[in-house]
Design a protein. Structure first.
Length: 213
C-alpha cells in the first residue's frame, strides 16, 4: 500500500448525496478474483450510456468523463458517501481509478473502514465547506487541493483551510503504507519465533500409544 503523507492534486466534484456502493462498483463486476482492474468499472452506470445506439460509450454529461478532470486524485462528494452493501470492491475501484482521497460531510461506516485499509484517506468536512469545494472544483479550471495527512489539513490556493479528524491508528497505517497484511508482517520475526517454540514444545510432549493408556 502506498504511503500517504501530503498530496497536491486535481480535485473532481461529484455533487451527489447517498452515493452507494452499487453505484461505485455495480454488482456484475464483483466476479473478478483480482483486487486490481476495477477502475474501469467505477461509477459504470453513470459513466456509460446505458441505452440506445450509443450504449456502452462514455456519457459526456458525467463529470468524470470531462477531460478537465482526467487524472484527478481527490474526489469531493455529498453526504453519506459509500452507503449500501459492505463490498470492499468499492474501495478497490476508487483506488484503482487513481483516487487517493475522498472529501464528504459523512461516510458509511463499513465503507469508511474498507477505504482506510486500502490506502484511501476519507475526510469529513462540514456541509458548508464541502459545498464550497464542490463549487470551486466545478468553476475553477485545474482546481487543486492539498491534503496533508500529517497535519490533518485541506487547503487550496484561494485561501481555503480546514482541519479534519482521523483515528490515530488509521493515520499511522496510512502514513506508513500498512494494510492488514503489512501490519502482520511487521511482527514476522516474533511470529517465526513463536512458531518454532510451539513446534518444539509439541515435539517434546510425551507420546502415548493406545496400548500404554
Amino acid at each position: 500500500m502506498e504511503p500517504f503523507k501530503t498530496i497536491t492534486a486535481l480535485a473532481a466534484p461529484l455533487d451527489r448525496v447517498n452515493v452507494d456502493t452499487d453505484q461505485i462498483i455495480p454488482k456484475q463486476f464483483l466476479k473478478r478474483i483480482e483486487r486490481s482492474g476495477y477502475g474501469e468499472f467505477l461509477f459504470f452506470d453513470w459513466r456509460r450510456i446505458q441505452e440506445g445506439p450509443n450504449a456502452g460509450s462514455p456519457d459526456p454529461s458525467f463529470v468524470l468523463n470531462e477531460p478537465r478532470y482526467a487524472g484527478a486524485k481527490i474526489l469531493i462528494a455529498g453526504k453519506n458517501f459509500g452507503c449500501g452493501s459492505s463490498r470492499e470492491h468499492a474501495a478497490w475501484a476508487l483506488s484503482d481509478f487513481g483516487f487517493r482521497a475522498v472529501i464528504a460531510p459523512t461516510f458509511a461506516d463499513i465503507f469508511f473502514s474498507n477505504a482506510g485499509k486500502n490506502g484511501i484517506v476519507l475526510i469529513k468536512l462540514s456541509e458548508e465547506d464541502v459545498a464550497l469545494l464542490l463549487d470551486r472544483a466545478a468553476q475553477t479550471p485545474n482546481y487543486e487541493l492539498t491534503v496533508s495527512l500529517e497535519n490533518q489539513t485541506v487547503t487550496d490556493t484561494q485561501g481555503f483551510h480546514a482541519t479534519f479528524e482521523i483515528d490515530p491508528f488509521r493515520k499511522f497505517c496510512l502514513t506508513e503504507g500498512l494494510d492488514d497484511i503489512g501490519l502482520t508482517l511487521r511482527h514476522a520475526a516474533a511470529l517465526d519465533t513463536f512458531e518454532k517454540q510451539h513446534d518444539q514444545a509439541n515435539w517434546l510432549k510425551p507420546k502415548f500409544s493406545e496400548a500404554s493408556v
